[in-house]
Design a binder for this molecule. Structure first.
Ligand SMILES: NC(=O)c1ccc[n+]([C@@H]2O[C@H](COP(=O)([O-])OP(=O)(O)OC[C@H]3O[C@@H](n4cnc5c(N)ncnc54)[C@H](OP(=O)(O)O)[C@@H]3O)[C@@H](O)[C@H]2O)c1
Length: 305
């Protein structure tokens, strides 16, 4: 991009995480980037970093009031379903209460607030969920994220984005794209669930859409993923084909979730497409975009870790 116009300041929580680090990379040259990490130590994808513990966000709120960012993206979360089941009170504190606190702090300084939420607010019995469909989380994680949405929604300037994404991560093994690329490259046989369906999107496409939505001053609730739904098995085959890896190593299996239930948590993104004024890529298109980033962004993220 870039011109001589003054750049806005974006403060991003979860700067060390999969989405946070990708957003830092995307914002390079577009905005002044303040990353929030638990330790406060610097992160190469951000211009500066401040400490922030969401279980007790007093220090972070003070930093927000001092720095007065234009935009706050809450990309931090207890994102592990297992950890949330083990520590439900902490999940509520981090995923819900802190989101509400940060949103109020944003409103207090007139900053835009973007809450990153999840497709796991739905139970998977239907698929192609629209923003108007009834939520029914099946996990502590999903419930805590939904509580977070509800607490944030009292901030009328907030944008709440339900998403699911794949791509390159700082650890090199955070996303399902990395799982299939790593395992198939090593010649390992893997299982691909045929009955677990999502509409996951390439994370850099998500970052670009977040940028455009904030620029366009969008508020309210939006579903933001790929435009199509694939099972985990179909996704793995698409990754194999795009990366020239052996798709025959992916065994189609049904998941052993108990009790057995439908698991199609794909999202209908037509409202986001209407607001953005453009189609969102399919999952295959997103995988192709990720392949283009294999030699650049993939290694930049890992080197930054
Ligand atoms: N990955 C997906 O496909 C997906 C799907 C749906 C929704 N989401 C949502 O997208 C957002 C980003 O997810 P992600 O995949 O990037 O997760 P991630 O890689 O696990 O990153 C989460 C970040 O949150 C930070 N964090 C966790 N607990 C914290 C606490 N108590 N205080 C401060 N920071 C804390 C972590 O810090 P440390 O690095 O210090 O642990 C990490 O940087 C989350 O809101 C998640 O719910 C993700």
């Amino acid at each position: 991009m870039l011109d001589d116009a003054p750049r806005s300041t974006w403060l991003v929580t979860g700067a060390n995480g999969f989405l946070g680090a990708n957003l830092g990379a995307f914002l390079n040259g577009r905005a002044h980037r303040v990353g929030v990490t638990r330790s406060g130590t610097g992160h190469p994808m951000f211009d500066e970093c401040v400490p922030g513990e969401l279980a007790d966000p007093v220090t972070l709120v003070a930093a927000i009031e001092r720095l007065r960012p234009d935009v706050i993206v809450n990309a931090a979360a207890m994102a592990s379903h297992e950890a949330c089941e083990l520590m439900p009170d902490l999940a509520v504190q981090v995923n819900a209460v802190a989101a509400g606190t940060l949103s109020a702090a944003a409103a207090g300084i007139g900053a835009r607030f973007v809450q990153i939420s999840t497709d796991a607010v739905f139970d998977g019995s239907q698929g192609r969920y629209a923003e108007t469909d009834a939520t029914q989380p099946f996990s502590v994680y999903g419930r805590s994220k939904l509580d977070g949405e509800n607490l944030v929604s009292s901030n009328s300037d907030a944008l709440i984005v339900r998403t699911n994404f794949f791509g390159w991560s700082p650890t090199g093994r955070r996303s399902i794209l990395e799982f299939f690329v790593n395992e198939l490259s090593d010649g390992h046989t893997v299982r691909g669930y045929t009955d677990f369906v999502v509409s996951s999107g390439y994370v850099q496409v998500l970052c670009d859409a977040l940028w455009r939505l904030v620029e366009g001053r969008s508020t309210g609730l939006l579903h933001l993923t790929s435009s199509d739904a694939l099972s985990k098995y179909e996704f793995g085959v698409a990754v194999a084909e795009e990366f020239g890896l052996p798709s025959g190593l992916i065994m189609p299996v049904e998941s052993d979730v108990q009790p057995p239930r439908n698991r199609d948590i794909s999202l209908d993104v037509s409202r986001a497409e209407a607001v953005l004024g453009s189609r969102l890529p399919s999952q295959r298109d997103g995988i192709a975009l990720a392949r283009v980033d294999t030699l650049g962004l993939r290694f930049e993220l890992i080197a930054a870790e």
